[in-house]
Design a protein around this ligand. Structure first.
Ligand SMILES: Cc1ncc(COP(=O)(O)O)c(C=O)c1O
Length: 472
C-alpha cells in the first residue's frame, strides 16, 4: 500500500470487521459471568502493557482485537455483569447498543435542525413519548410551553438548569450576580454544587439545607434560609431538589419545596437521575408529586432504563427560559430553518455546540421493549431488592439501615462499621460480586442495588450467600 494514501476501510472490509466485532461483543455478553466483577489489575498495568510510542504504519485488526481480549477486558470492571450491584447500574441493553452503533455509523452532528432534521425530530419525539410513558405534566411536551432534550448526563442537566435559573433571576435588572444564592441539601448529588460553581456562584452564595430523619431536604429550614437571605438583600435564585438521593434514595418533599420556590420566584430543578426511571410504572409516579411546579426535571435512562450511557432526559417547563440563556448564533451557523422559528436547534439547549444522534438508542429501546417490557425490567429489580430485604430482616447478624426504597438496600452488620467494611471488602475481593458503600449518621453501610440488565434472582441469592460467608 502506498505510504501516501490513508488506509480507509472499504465497505466490504468494514462489513467483515464489523461482524467480527459483533461476535466479540456477543461473546463478551455470554462470558461475562466468568470474569471477576471488579477489575483486579494494578495501577499503571494497562498503560504499560502497550508500546510507549504510537504505530507509524497501519496495524492488523486481528492484533487489535487480540489486545482487547488479552489486555482491555481484564482491565474492565464489568458494569454489565449480572453480579454488579454497586453505585447505580449503567444499563446497556442489546437494542440500545445497536441503536448507538447506528449513531456512530451515520456519523452526523445534530447541532442544528438543518444539520440533520431526523436527529432533532426523533429526539423531540422520544422526549414527548417519555412524557406519556412516565406520566409527566403536559407542559413538558414539546407542543406546549416546555420541552425536553437529551443531555449527556444529569450533571450537564443541572448545569443548564443553574444557568437558566441564574439568567431568570437577573432578567429584571434589579439584582447583581453577587447577590444570587443557590440551595442544595447535604444529600444532594455533588453535581448540583459543581453546577452552581461553574455557573459562577461562589461558596458564600451556596446554602446547604439540613435534612430530616429520612435524609430528605427539610422545607422549613429551606424557608428559613431563604427569608434570612432576602432580609440580607440577597436574591434566592436556584433550588435543587432530589427525587432519589444517591446514598439512600431519599425523596425531597417537592410539593412543599415548590410552594416556597413559587412564592419567591426561584428556579426549582428536580434531579430524578436514578429514581425517575421507576415512574414508567404507574405505582411509582407518586415519587414525582409536585413536579408540575418545577421549572426543570431530569432523569437518566442510562442508569436504569436499558439505554447505554450517555442519555439523560432534561425537561423545562418553559423552553424560552433555557433557549434564551444558551443560544448563540454566529453568522456561520445562520440558516433559513432557524430563522423561520419553526424548528428546534438543540445546540441552544445544552453547553456544547456539537451533538450525537443519541435518540436512536432510546428509540430502539422503547420499540424493542414496549412500555410493558420497560415496566417488567423495573419491577423485577424491585422484587429482587424486596427478597434481599426479607433475608436481612430474618437474619440475626445483619440489619437494615432503613426501609428499602425501590431497589436500593442499605444494610450493615450488627457489630458495626469495622465489621461491615471488612465484609464488603471480602465479598468484593472474591470477584463474585461488586457492591459499594455509603456513610449515613456515622454508620458505614453496604449499598446493594440489583439493577443490571441480566441480573436474575439466582444472582441475588448468590450475593446474599457471599455476604453471609464473608461475615463468618
Ligand atoms: C441523584 C443523582 N444525581 C446526579 C447524578 C450524576 O449523574 P450523571 O453521571 O448522569 O451526571 C447521580 C449519579 O449517580 C445521582 O445519583
Amino acid at each position: 500500500m502506498s505510504r501516501n494514501k490513508a488506509p480507509h476501510l472499504t465497505p466490504e472490509q468494514f462489513r467483515t470487521r464489523g461482524h467480527q466485532m459483533i461476535d466479540l461483543i456477543a461473546d463478551y455478553m455470554s462470558d461475562i459471568e466468568s470474569f471477576p466483577v471488579l477489575s483486579q489489575v494494578d495501577a499503571g498495568e494497562i498503560y504499560s502493557s502497550f508500546p510507549v510510542h504510537p504505530p507509524e504504519r497501519s496495524e492488523s485488526y486481528e492484533k487489535m482485537l487480540q489486545d482487547v481480549k488479552d489486555i482491555i477486558i481484564p482491565g474492565l470492571t464489568h458494569w454489565q455483569s449480572p453480579n454488579f450491584f454497586a453505585y447505580f447500574p449503567s444499563n446497556a441493553s442489546g437494542p440500545s447498543i445497536l441503536g448507538d452503533m447506528l449513531s456512530s455509523g451515520f456519523g452526523i452532528q445534530g447541532m442544528l435542525w438543518s444539520t440533520s432534521p431526523a436527529c432533532t425530530e426523533l429526539e423531540t419525539l422520544m422526549l414527548d413519548w417519555m412524557v406519556e410513558i412516565t406520566g409527566l405534566p403536559e407542559h413538558f411536551h414539546s407542543k406546549n410551553s416546555g420541552g425536553g432534550v437529551i443531555q449527556e448526563s444529569a450533571s450537564s442537566a443541572a448545569l443548564c438548569a443553574a444557568v437558566a435559573g441564574r439568567e431568570k433571576a437577573l432578567r429584571n435588572g434589579h439584582s447583581e450576580h453577587s447577590q444570587l444564592v443557590g440551595y442544595i441539601s447535604n444529600q444532594t448529588h455533588s453535581s448540583a454544587e459543581k453546577s452552581l460553581k461553574i455557573a459562577g456562584f461562589r461558596d458564600h452564595q451556596i446554602r446547604t439545607i439540613e435534612v430530616s430523619s429520612d435524609f430528605s431536604m427539610d422545607p422549613n429550614h429551606l424557608l428559613e434560609m431563604i427569608r434570612t437571605d432576602l432580609s440580607d438583600g440577597k436574591k434566592p435564585a436556584f433550588v435543587c431538589a432530589t427525587v432519589g438521593t444517591t446514598s439512600s434514595l431519599a425523596v425531597d418533599p417537592v410539593p412543599q419545596i415548590s410552594e416556597i420556590t413559587n412564592e419567591f420566584d426561584i428556579w426549582l430543578h428536580v434531579d430524578g437521575a436514578y429514581s425517575g426511571s421507576a415512574t414508567v410504572c404507574p405505582e411509582y409516579r407518586h415519587l414525582l408529586n409536585g413536579i408540575e411546579n418545577a421549572d426543570s426535571y431530569c432523569f437518566n435512562p442510562h442508569k436504569w432504563l436499558l439505554t447505554n450511557f450517555d442519555c439523560d432526559l432534561f425537561y423545562v417547563k418553559k423552553k424560552s427560559d433555557l433557549v434564551d440563556a444558551l443560544t448563540f448564533t454566529p453568522e456561520y451557523l445562520r440558516n433559513k430553518a432557524t430563522e423561520s422559528g419553526q424548528v428546534f436547534d438543540y445546540s441552544g439547549w445544552q453547553v456544547s455546540l456539537g451533538r450525537r444522534f443519541r435518540s436512536l438508542k432510546l428509540w430502539f429501546v422503547i420499540r424493542h421493549y414496549g412500555i410493558e417490557g420497560l415496566r417488567a425490567h423495573i419491577r423485577s429489580h424491585i422484587q429482587y431488592a424486596a427478597q434481599f430485604t426479607q433475608w436481612i430482616k430474618d437474619d440475626d447478624e445483619f440489619e437494615l439501615f432503613q426501609k428499602t426504597v425501590l431497589n436500593l438496600v442499605c444494610f450493615r452488620h450488627k457489630e458495626g462499621n469495622a465489621k461491615t467494611r471488612q465484609i464488603l471488602e471480602t465479598a468484593n475481593a472474591s470477584g463474585k460480586l461488586f457492591a459499594t458503600h455509603t456513610v449515613l449518621n456515622d454508620q458505614y453501610l453496604i449499598r446493594f442495588v440489583p439493577g443490571a440488565v441480566r441480573t436474575e434472582m439466582r444472582h441475588v441469592e448468590e450475593a446474599w450467600k457471599e455476604f453471609k460467608s464473608a461475615a463468618s
